[in-house]
Design a binder for this molecule. Sequence first.
Ligand code: NAD
Length: 232
Amino acid sequence: MRDIRNIVVLTGAGISAESGLRTFRAEDGLWEDHPVEQVATPEGFRRDPDLVQRFYDERRAGVMAAEPNAAHRALGRLDAEFSGDLLIVTQNIDDLHERGGASRVLHMHGEALSVWCTSCDARHQWHATLRDGPPCPACGEPAMRPDIVWFGEMPYRMEEIFRAISQADLFVSIGTSGAVYPAAGFVQSARDHGARALELNLEASLGSRFFHETRLGKASELVPAWVGEVLG
Ligand code: NAD
């Protein structure tokens, strides 16, 4: 661990599970009891915007009510104390990494507490609801949608992510099922560039075979232990 100078961490819904935020159920395609095509695709939004706005209003409220757990706080400690390069790429839309003390965080799938105006393209921090069609603070149009990357849309800041992965000497995946691309492919890119790959997850994931090492258990236990090893 002493030779590690450049780390990319990928996190998924599993790191927030112990904070009470339910994971996405890859086996049955349900997110909070809704089929993902209903609540996480542009087509679903066009078909029933009211249902989708209500769904993310609930997710936003749930995120605000949740607290970071020991795994988020351990990554916050890593961010504060690790002197090398670090990028925490999260698929999560919650802000628990930031509230756990991390600042080198990139939200590739958007953020529950951000909204995007489809009329003027402005983004706003948002804690209230969208189901009532509030006007955009920038242009006044009632055209705001959740600032979430839905299936079929391009994840954010991919160039930056691949640049960091190409320079990493350690790639660590935490609490992700390996079912959602392109994030599921990051481990292979990291290995192609010579990084070691470590997986921390509750159960073996779809991509476990691509990692040099997989540790199974709860994020709240595995992540603090791993951060302790890195920081010595
Ligand atoms: P996923 O739900 O497909 O997989 C979660 C993984 O975490 C599973 O492999 C599971 O075994 C593991 N896990 C569950 N509890 C754990 C624990 N306590 N410790 C360690 N691992 C645990 O998640 P994904 O791969 O991130 O894909 C889901 C997609 O849905 C993401 O793109 C994300 O945008 C969205 N989502 C986000 C949130 C959130 O922001 N908190 C929650 C649900 C879904």
